[in-house]
Every structure is written in C-alpha cells, then in structure tokens.
Design a protein around this ligand. Structure first.
Ligand code: PNW
Length: 453
C-alpha cells in the first residue's frame, strides 16, 4: 500500500475528509417498502413524457437492500465519509403527522453500518423528494411547508443523534426551486412565473433556517450546514478587475440562496431587480434564515464566467461559446478552475468558518472494454483537474475540510433517468452488479496518499 504523507507539494492537510455523495431517490429504490409515503418524484417519474425513457427510481441501485455490501465497497475505496440523504417520506409518509418507525430504523442501521466501517455519516435531510401529501397542499408555495420541514428535521436529527453528527438541511435550493417551478423540467414540473418563484424560494431558505433552529434544540452537538449549488462565478481572465467582478457576481447571482442565508439580507440589487415581484418577508424571517451554521457545502460542476462591465452592478455573464467542451450532459461544461474560484469567492464574500465540496463529478459514456473494465479517461481527466484546483484553494488557506465525489454509484439522474451515468462505480441495472471504473481507481489512489501525484 502507498504510504500516506502530509508534506508533499500536492498533499492535502492531515484529516482531509474524502467522501462520496448520493441521494435517497437516486439510489434507494424500494419505493413502496418500509412504509415509505409517495413523493413528488414518484408522481413525476410515473407521468408519461416527463423522464428519459419513462425511467423511475422504483428500483434504482436497490441501495435500500444492498447497503451492507455497498458500505463494505466504500470501505475498500478508503472513503472517510459518506454523504447520503434521508427520504422525508420514509420518516413522515405524509410529510407531517405520525412518524414511521421502519424508516427511522433503516437510517439507524445504515449509519451504524457506516460507523462500524470507519466511515463518518453526513446526512442531507432534503434532496428533492418532497412528500406528495405536502405538494397537494401547494408544496414550497405554501409557507407551512417550511414549518413542516423544520418539524421533520428536528425530529429525525434527535432520533439519529447517536450516529449522525453532521447534517445538511437542504440540497440545492437553487435547483429544486428553479428547475421544479421555473423551467418545470423536474418535479413538480410547474412554471409559476417570477413572482411566485421568488416567494417559494423565500419559503425554501426559511425552511433551512427554521430547521437549523429545530436541530440545535433536538441535537445540540450536531454540526450543521447545507449543500448548495452556488453559481460558481469565475473571472474570464485572471486580471484584478475581472476578479473583482466575479466577487460581486458571486454575491448577486446567489443573493436569494447562499447570500441571504450567510448574510441575513437580500441585496438591494436583488430586490430592485424584482420590483413588485420581490418576495414578502419579515425581519424575523431573515433572522431565522441566517441562523448560524457550522459549515457551507458547495456543489461544483460548471463555471459561470464573468467579466467586468461598466454598468450599474459592475459585471456581466459571459456565456460559453458553442465550441466549449462539456461532459456527456450538455449542461456540464468543463471548467476545473470553478473548484478554486467558487470556494475562494464564497470565502471572500461571507467568510464561513468551514467549507465542504458537497458534490463534484461528471457524466461519461462509460463503455465497457472487451476486458470488462471501464476506462473512463474523460472522468479521470475531469477529476484530476478539478481536484488540483481545489488543492490550490486549500493551499491558499481557504478552509475546505472535505470533498464528496458525485457519485459513488451510477444512479437515477432525475429527468435524464439512467441515461447519464455519474458514478465512479459502474452499475449494471439489470443485475445490480457493481464494477469500479478507472476513475474509481484514481480516487482510491488519491485517498490512500491524501495527495495528488
Ligand atoms: C446536482 N446545473 O444537480 C444534484 O444535487 C444531484 O442530485 C445530481 O444528480 C447531480 O447534480 C448531477 O446532475 C445539479 O444545472 C442540477 O448546473 C443542475 C445543475 C448542477 C447540478
């Protein structure tokens, strides 16, 4: 085995947390087992025409049954930590009301198994699978959903406090609001317009804040944060005026998500831009939304290039030219420097005590070679370069404490179904057989050395 070292030029600090990430609906399957209630993703994926091939998460990776072997597999990779999500409707099948003991037991067994294998659990409490019963009452458009989320969060954090010490409230408020209610490409598949979108986004950040308060009360020792796909603003070239522009863009492009959560204010620019469509909120809402957290989780995939501009706000976005390289998912442009600039600009704007990269990864065609191996050299290229940029940020003193690779397994990629594979492990969805890809071998090497070569 390679010798871990902490002193080489490309090594990470001792104790750096290398992990993998998944989400309940994307891996668990067992959609009607163990008392799980229906969610908006069951409804959406079973509606003809909504997902690639009509694919659903009914079975997915069958992680609900296969987690014992999968956790052993993680241990074999040397993972220090594992990010997974808890399905709200396994705990409260109708979103509120009586809890379901079988659901609580499942996550207790999963987290005990992780700990027994030396892997620290990082639990996300909401990764998009809203109980359908709450959608029937308006979903995130209904302010009561924020309260229901806080009740669920406080309850499950208390019940799992023996095994779960690290909690992320929500995953990607920006995605589940914009894609669920703006473009409508994801569940619940609505297009509500700008005013309603701003209001329901306010309810979602409020849900995060109320959940933080509820968890502080029920599990006072838990470390708390959230995972957000902040716009990863990147200066078009590294010149002082463009760096300053990217710093402003980081603040303004994330004003209604990370911005209000970390500063307790909506920016003037955000409110002015929306005018009469701005959300209704109180000072008490802002205080709850900005309840202190212990870390910020950032999901980083694509760069958003920005240049300085002589306008009111000081920057403009620079969309990628048609020739810009991307991975198998067309939206997934390759900009490794996003994993340097996003954490740096978050740090410079809001100074969170700790950051985690809560997701980074990519889709690839992943053809199996005649020898049965998957030589995903494009994913290897992608990871190597993104991790090198994260290394630069760590070296310059940005407090990044860990990295969760998306994803451990090929899984249900939402509206893209099983068509886009993000795993470092290949899954044969007919047999559920797992095969570590070349990128998985790379990750294992990086973890073993705590270093790039
Ligand atoms: C994330 N974008 O979503 C999610 O948290 C995962 O569940 C998902 O499987 C993964 O990324 C890969 O798609 C994203 O448009 C959705 O930039 C949209 C974007 C990025 C990430």
């Amino acid at each position: 085995a390679p010798t871990p070292h902490t002193s080489g030029p490309r090594s990470f600090p001792a104790g750096f947390l290398w992990g993998s990430a998944t989400a309940s609906y994307q891996v668990e399957g067992a959609a009607t087992e163990g008392g799980r209630g229906p969610t908006i993703w069951d409804t959406f994926s079973h509606t003809p025409g909504k997902t690639h091939n009509g694919d659903t998460g009914d079975v997915a990776d069958d992680f609900y049954h296969r987690y014992p072997e999968d956790v052993k597999f993680m241990r074999g990779l040397g993972l220090k930590t594992c990010r997974f999500s808890i399905a709200w409707s396994r705990i409260f099948p109708n979103g509120t009301g009586a809890p379901n003991q079988a659901g609580i037991d499942f996550y207790r067994r999963l987290t005990e198994t992780l700990l027994a294998n030396g892997i620290e659990p990082y639990a996300t409490l909401f990764h998009w699978d809203l109980p359908q019963a709450l959608q029937d009452k308006g979903g995130w458009e209904n302010r009561d959903t924020a309260k229901a989320f806080a009740d669920y969060a406080g309850f499950i954090a208390g019940r799992l406090s023996g095994t779960v010490r690290n909690i992320m409230t929500t995953n990607e408020i920006r995605s589940f609001t914009e894609i669920g209610y703006g473009s409508g490409r994801h569940a619940p598949g609505l297009q509500v317009g700008r005013k309603r979108l701003a209001q329901l986004t306010h309810h979602a950040v409020l849900a995060h804040g109320l959940a933080v308060r509820a968890i502080r009360a029920s599990a006072p020792r838990a470390k708390l944060g959230l995972a957000e796909n902040s716009s990863a603003t990147v200066p078009v070239i590294e010149a002082p005026e463009h760096i300053a522009a990217a710093r402003i863009a980081m603040r303004e492009e994330n004003a209604q998500y990370l911005g209000v959560i970390l500063s307790g204010k909506y920016t003037d620019h955000y409110l002015r831009k929306l005018g009469a469509d701005a959300p209704q909120f109180t000072a008490e809402d802002l205080a709850a939304i900005s309840s202190p957290i212990d870390f910020v989780g950032v999901n980083v995939y694509t760069p958003d290039y920005v240049r300085a501009a002589d306008n009111e706000i000081g920057y403009v976005s620079v969309p990628p030219p048609a020739s810009f390289p991307h991975m198998l998912s067309p939206w997934l442009t390759v900009g490794p420097e996003a994993l340097y600039w996003a954490p740096r600009l978050i740090h410079e704007n809001w100074h969170p005590k700790e950051q985690f990269i809560t997701e980074n990864g990519c889709s690839s065609t992943d053809q199996m070679a005649p020898d049965g191996e998957i030589y995903d050299t494009d994913r290897v290229m992608y990871l190597r370069n993104y991790i090198a940029n994260m290394h630069r940020a760590v070296t310059e003193g940005i407090p990044i404490k860990g990295y969760f690779l998306w994803s451990l397994l090929d899984n249900y990629e939402w509206a893209d179904g099983y068509d886009k594979r993000f795993g470092i492990t290949y899954v044969d969805f007919k047999t559920q057989k797992r095969t570590l890809k070349l990128s998985g071998h790379l990750y294992k090497e990086i973890i073993a050395r705590n270093s790039l070569m």
